[in-house]
Write a protein that binds this ligand. Sequence first.
Ligand code: HEC
Length: 119
Amino acid sequence: MGIECRLLTVFCSALAIVNCSSTLETVVEPSLYLERESLDAALLGKWTRSCALCHVNGEAGAPIVGDTESWAERLTKGEEALIESVIQGINSMPPLGYCMGCETDDFRSMIRFMSNTST
Ligand code: HEC
């Protein structure tokens, strides 16, 4: 998975150079583009394939990435409780949020990323 991501980055960089594109940053660094608490490439890949499906457009009432207000409300439960919700699933969110390969620490980083908090 890590290698796959790195290969993709190399491929995209090569493509951008071939196209003389000036959008190299947005191609290789989606986290920069989002201007949020950044995730490393591997984690961002996991997030894009799972959490993003619902947390980008607020599917079934999911708190939207970067919507600090709704996330602040959720965070009053405490970060550990939120991680537990992801692991167990809550209402319309399936257990593990579709990320079968995610570790507890991955969820922690993803929650910080989505809520735009760094602590
Ligand atoms: C199938 C859609 C879906 C996917 C995929 C999904 N979520 Fe969610 N998520 C939701 C919905 C819907 C809610 C709101 C649940 C509620 O409170 O009713 C939610 C709520 C949450 C909450 C708040 C939980 C709470 O206790 O308030 C966290 C944290 C969260 N998601 C993290 C994640 C993470 C991390 C991933 C990826 C690993 C993920 N979600 C993937 C739909 C999804």
